[in-house]
Design a protein around this ligand. Structure first.
Ligand code: SF4
Ligand code: SF4
Length: 447
């Protein structure tokens, strides 16, 4: 069986972001294979942990992927402040006599945005609405490469590594069976000292805010890497509650057209034709369709609203709203230019991560001591059949059936955009819907 088949069989998807099926992504020939080791968002610790502890597996796997896609260069992009990770990777490279190179980045946000990372490493701007493939690159996440390594050993994706930090008694990186309730991860980290808290699933800039009642139904999937516990009245939680009507009304009345949102926009700075201040302006005029189209180039990184805007406005939310309207009308951005160049002054407008953390009120969690990986055991998992972009998997099991850990329980056809799903614990199937619930009463005892 070749590597692509092994990856498909194991159900590997992009471990960060939207979960693009990896067997589809790697079905190409490119010049650059890039490993994104720069933790796009502030505070996240999982990728660093994996680079420190699984350096040998990562380098070995990158070499195999590079062979598959015929990459001439293999580059790991990571921040130069990651001293221990650099040490571990350098040692593995040396011991294996590998051709993997390390590319060091400053500590800025969003260094781990795929498009920014590709620009930093190759000096090429991916065309607007394009993907790394358009400039001869493929970018993989650290967790994805670790999962490919497991796939090479015939082990399917059954776990996510998740950092639990913030307002929590024992910040920790957990190895969590897919389908584990998020609330269980919080308990395993000693619980929160706060009675009223919300969580950010992902990083503080782009993560999803969930309140305590959302948590009752939420589980860990293949794409989750962090849980940040914050007070219920945290700045980011309060912002998340503001309605889009209010956001648009404020944009119309309070935008002073200073253009800071554009001047700091990371996508504008690599040369894309997106100018959020003009999008904001068009809200109070008759809508200019040409400008509205630019919303499709927004990565939703949040720099404009959480860092740049002196009026506390939300160009990002406006973009998301307008983008959805365009999507409903079936509009897709068409790029007509062939060359793009980074704007002058880009280097001076990179956002220092520490300043950003202070701005969004998470600096107090920076440098929290985080316990290194602890595997958790659960008696029930609720495994979604769709944890990836594309088609949902079809259940292969029925209620009452016994399954074993690692058994395939959901499938997609080989040529489809989708991913197979596997049982993350052994036990009895008690529910099949758009998720599969497995129960095993003995499991808690194993912990
Ligand atoms: S969220 Fe704002 S800063 Fe980020 S890409 Fe979109 S417009 Fe630019
Ligand atoms: S930074 Fe704020 S006030 Fe300035 S143009 Fe952008 S949205 Fe308007």
């Amino acid at each position: 069986m070749d590597l692509l088949d092994q990856i498909f069989k194991a159900g590997v998807v992009g471990a960060g972001g939207a979960g693009f099926p990896t067997h589809v992504k790697l079905n190409c020939k490119v010049e650059y294979l890039i490993l994104n080791g720069s933790e796009c968002e502030p505070l996240l610790a999982t990728d660093k942990y994996l680079m420190r502890t699984k350096a040998k597996e990562i380098i070995e796997t990158l070499e195999k992927i590079a062979e598959l896609i015929e990459a001439k260069k293999i580059v790991i992009g990571l921040k130069h402040k990651y001293k221990s990770e650099i040490e571990s990777l350098q040692l593995a490279i040396k011991n294996m006599n590998s051709r993997v190179e390390l590319h060091y980045l400053d500590n800025f946000y969003p260094a781990g945005d795929e498009q920014i990372l590709v620009y930093e490493i190759t000096g090429k701007t991916i065309p607007p609405a394009g993907i790394p493939l358009h400039v001869g690159a493929v970018v993989s996440n650290v967790g994805t490469v670790v999962n490919i390594n497991e796939a090479l050993n015939n082990t399917p994706v059954m776990y996510s590594y998740v950092s639990v930090l913030g307002e929590i008694r024992n910040p920790v990186i957990l190895k969590v069976p897919i389908g584990t309730p998020i609330i269980k991860c919080i308990e395993e980290a000693g619980g929160s000292p706060l009675n009223d808290y919300s969580i950010i699933l992902g990083g503080p800039m782009m993560g999803k805010i969930l309140n305590k009642s959302d948590l009752e139904h939420s589980v860990i999937t293949k794409t989750n890497g962090a849980i940040i516990v914050v007070p219920d009245n945290h700045y980011l939680v309060e912002r998340d509650k503001i309605s889009i009507e209010h956001i648009i009304n404020r944009a119309k009345s309070a935008c002073i057209q200073c253009s800071y949102c554009t001047q700091f926009c990371p996508r504008y700075l690599i040369g894309h034709p997106i100018e959020p201040h003009k999008i904001m302006r068009t809200l109070s005029l008759s809508k200019n369709e040409e400008i509205i189209k630019e919303t499709q180039l927004c990565s939703e990184c949040g720099v404009c609203e959480l860092y740049a805007c002196p009026m506390g406005l939300s160009p990002r939310q406006v973009n998301i709203f307008l983008k959805n309207e365009l999507r409903e009308k079936g509009f897709r951005y068409k790029n007509t230019e062939s060359e793009f160049y980074a704007r002058e002054g880009r280097e001076n407008r990179k956002i220092p991560t520490k300043r950003l953390m202070a701005r969004v009120d998470v600096i107090k969690y920076y440098g929290q001591e985080i316990e290194e990986s602890k595997e958790i055991f659960v008696s029930t998992v609720k495994i979604p059949l769709q944890q990836h972009i594309g088609k949902s998997a079809t259940s292969l099991v029925n209620i009452g059936e016994m399954v074993t850990k690692g058994q395939q329980i959901g499938s997609v056809e080989k040529g489809e955009l989708g991913a197979n799903i596997h049982a993350s614990i052994s036990g009895k199937v008690v529910e099949v819907n758009n998720f599969i619930v497995i129960e095993n009463e003995k499991m808690e005892d194993e912990a």
